[in-house]
Design a protein around this ligand. Structure first.
Ligand SMILES: Cc1cc2nc3c(=O)[nH]c(=O)nc-3n(C[C@H](O)[C@H](O)[C@H](O)COP(=O)(O)OP(=O)(O)OC[C@H]3O[C@@H](n4cnc5c(N)ncnc54)[C@H](O)[C@@H]3O)c2cc1C
Length: 381
């Protein structure tokens, strides 16, 4: 446990860790094999307050702030990553967009259900033709009386097959580029909205991802978040906060992989001695420890700054990039240290290795994080 955290967050850390070990980890293998998360697991996470950890108490959350959210997420990473992915898509992305951008009316209509997981949310920004360049999205929202008529498609949307509501980013005027992008909350049962089939993925089995199709989908104007043209700023502000949560998950996942690697290195004997006595193995362990320590401090720093109301675009990009690339290296080292057994489906390390790959792609690829970091540097110069 970390001495730099205030006492209530150390307590939160212990409580979430126990919950993860006792209630979630026993489900991990069956989630992987069935590619489905039982509803009971989502309800259990909601019952433990995990969908509302970082949200202020006045908005119905637990009030632990972004730092508390990251502390909890780090512990949630000690089990199958798909479980947290449900929370990340619902509260982390959809809930955050509503919490920071929506009117009181929309907040009170949606946030309590999202934070209690009575309804699940998703965040629909990416499109078949607009991934890294999300500002060029083409889904159109044309004003028609008191409604907007939405046409277009979204792709790779986490939680889409199970979500009850979607934050949808659409343009009211493609000629205005990113300045035409506007955000809406769209209920799943809105006529004209259909959800595609669950995508088959390399990892994150259990977490669902699908396309959304909008065909003359009428969305009442009261469902708009903020003013017309403010959607892209909302998308980026939401991603700033979500990226720190994702980095926290990468830190927790790397920590668990390192702990397992230490245990294996000490117990596996070759050439008459534990493989841990080889400097080649020790350096893999040492490099993982160094990286995890640095990434954890970055997460705490970025989350604390967010809690103080600072804009954290640069820090979030640095933290997401560092922590997720670190996880890639630690997962690779963990498989190497485990040797053949690390490559076998029977060992959870094999799953963790595949799950680790997505962190460098979603919520902005590593290349896009570097663009954000560099453009901040050059703007200040
Ligand atoms: C499992 C999963 C879940 C997801 N969940 C969601 C979700 O809930 N909501 C949502 O909106 N989206 C979601 N996404 C989409 C995700 O955010 C995008 O896949 C990601 O942003 C990359 O976009 P792309 O796939 O179109 O790749 P592209 O943008 O086509 O990029 C391909 C490659 O080119 C590189 N590249 C692109 N532009 C540049 C540049 N200017 N300089 C250097 N390199 C560049 C990229 O870094 C990447 O390596 C999810 C994706 C996956 C796989």
């Amino acid at each position: 446990m970390d001495p730099t955290l205030p006492e209530e967050l150390v307590l939160l850390q212990r409580t979430v860790r126990r919950f993860v070990e006792e209630r979630l980890e026993p489900l991990s293998r069956s989630i992987e094999e069935s590619d489905a998360i039982p509803r009971g697991a989502i309800d259990a996470m909601a019952g433990a307050g995990l969908f509302g950890i970082g949200v202020p108490e006045e908005q119905g959350g637990a009030g632990f702030g972004k730092l508390g959210y990251c502390v909890a997420v780090e512990q949630l990473a000690r089990t199958n990553a798909s479980l947290w992915n449900v929370i990340g898509g619902s509260s982390g992305l959809c809930g955050t967009a509503i919490a920071i951008g929506a009117s009181d009316e929309l907040r009170s209509r949606y946030l309590p259900d999202l934070l209690g997981a009575r309804r699940l949310g998703a965040y629909a920004l990416s499109e078949p033709g607009a991934g890294s360049d999300a500002g060029s999205l083409r889904t159109a929202a044309k004003r028609d009386g008191d409604d907007y008529v939405v046409d277009g498609a979204k792709t790779f949307i986490t939680n889409a097959p199970i979500a009850d509501l979607f934050i949808v980013f659409a343009t009211v005027d493609a000629a205005r580029g990113a300045k035409g992008i506007t955000a809406f909350v769209v209920d799943r049962d809105t006529p004209g909205l259909t959800v595609g089939k669950n995508d088959e993925k390399m990892g994150l089995h259990g977490s669902t991802t699908a396309q959304l199709f909008f065909t003359a989908c009428r969305v009442p104007s009261r469902q708009r978040i903020g003013a017309e043209g403010t959607g892209f700023t909302l998308a980026l502000r939401t991603l700033d906060l979500a990226r720190v949560g994702l980095a926290a998950h990468a830190v927790g996942a790397a920590q668990k992989l390192l702990e397992a690697s230490v245990v294996h290195a000490k117990s596996r004997t070759q050439f008459g001695r534990p493989i841990a006595t080889n400097q080649a193995i020790q350096w893999l362990l040492a490099d993982a420890e160094i990286g995890i320590h640095g990434a954890r401090l970055m997460v705490y720093d970025a989350a604390s700054r967010a809690d103080r109301g600072e804009r954290i675009t640069q820090r979030a990009a640095i933290t997401k990039l560092y922590a997720t690339e670190l996880l890639g290296r630690v997962a690779d080292a963990a498989v190497q240290i485990h040797g053949g057994i690390g490559y076998m489906r029977e060992h959870w390390i094999e799953r963790a290795y595949r799950d680790a790959r997505i962190y460098r792609i979603y919520e902005g690829t590593s290349e896009i994080q570097r663009l954000v970091i560099a453009s901040g540097l050059l703007a200040d110069a």
